[in-house]
Design a protein around this ligand. Structure first.
Ligand code: PBG
Length: 338
């Protein structure tokens, strides 16, 4: 420790006393350098064809919405100050197939919701999650091909074509930004080419560039009804034991034209968020995922922690790590709590 920090005998004359700036709430507020605001937040919404909203049991406060309710929710929340939303589709079983082709249908709930939000003229930024697991009958994030040892694997290059088609449908419906989350190699380039060929040069791409295969996605699979009928996603999502691979994924996506990048999950991956932030100058998003949301609720229900304090602390930590944008199911509560 430098000598200037050491006690000068009486203890009253230490030149640097960090506690000086912790005296009183107002002073603490004035010196805080990380501040969460509503514009940092993106709310994920699940839209489907059900007659009425259905709550998701593992995610308190989260529902699957029919299109009209989703549009009303977006309108209400935007008047309350929340201005960014990302849509996920809930697909009835009879609309699912091996290729997830319903994702590109203008009648699919995500596309209808986008169109309705644009018709209503709401001043919001609309993102569309772009993946097939909520649309395929096998629940994987792309079309399958028989690989070695009689095992089915996701056919990377064949999936790129389908991604292009679904992206164009989302852009035509009114998405400002499409957000591919399937971790296919070359997905950003293929989507950029398909959008440009359709004249959608203004539609942006938020790539789920650094997405780990995570147990924390568990509750989402109930919400999105996109669980797998066999296998796992470890063949395409990243292995959390590899601490440097994010650099490769980031480089590829930036070279292919990603306008924004994402790290997912968030709370257990703050180190990765910080490194990605340092390594690039596009906006960095982080996804505080379903399991991270659910576990705070579960502990709070038992009285083991305070939900509001823990949610604000965790979300602020994600911002402090370097996230410019945070996808969070807490967003509607956070805009009241901040
Ligand atoms: C689909 C997708 C998933 C999530 C977002 N997009 C699930 C998965 O990859 O299995 C998870 C989000 C969450 O857990 O909140 N590819």
């Amino acid at each position: 420790m430098p000598s200037s920090h050491r006690s000068q005998g009486s203890g009253s004359s230490r030149p640097i006393r960090p506690r000086r700036l912790r005296r009183g709430q107002t002073l603490r507020d004035m010196v805080a350098d990380v501040r969460l605001t509503p514009d940092d937040l993106i709310l994920p919404l699940f839209v489907g064809q059900m007659d009425q909203a259905r709550s998701v049991s593992s995610m308190p406060g989260v529902s699957q919405w029919p299109v009209t309710d989703a549009v009303r929710t977006i309108r209400d929340l935007s008047s309350a100050g929340l201005r960014q939303f990302i849509l996920f589709g809930v697909t009835p079983w009879e609309k699912k197939d091996a290729a997830g082709s319903y994702a590109a249908d203008p009648d699919a709930p995500v596309n209808r919701t986008l169109a309705a939000v644009r018709d209503a003229g709401l001043d919001v930024v609309m993102y569309a999650d772009l993946c097939f697991c909520e649309y395929t009958d096998h629940g994987h994030c792309g079309v399958l091909i028989e690989g070695d040892h009689d095992q089915w694997v996701v056919d990377n290059d064949a999936t790129l074509e389908y991604l292009g088609r679904a992206a164009v449908a989302q852009a035509r419906a009114g998405a400002d930004i499409v957000a591919p989350s399937g971790m296919m190699d070359g997905m950003v380039g293929a989507i950029r080419a398909a959008l440009d060929a359709d004249g959608r040069i203004e539609t942006g791409i938020l790539s789920y560039s650094v997405k780990f295969a995570s147990d924390f996605y568990g509750p989402f699979r109930e919400a999105g009804e996109g669980g797998m009928s066999f296998g796992s996603r470890r063949g395409y999502q990243m292995d959390y034991r590899r601490g440097r691979e994010w650099q490769i994924e980031l480089e590829i996506d930036l070279a292919e034209g990603a306008d924004m990048v994402m790290v997912k999950p968030a709370a257990s991956y703050l180190d990765v968020i910080a490194k990605v932030r340092e390594a690039c100058s596009v906006p960095v998003a982080a996804y505080h995922v379903s399991g991270e949301y659910a576990m705070l609720h579960a502990a709070a229900e038992r009285g083991w922690l305070d939900l509001r304090a823990a949610a604000v602390e965790t979300t602020t930590a994600i911002k402090r790590a370097g996230a410019d944008l945070i996808l969070s199911y807490f967003a509607p509560r956070l805009i009241e709590w901040l």
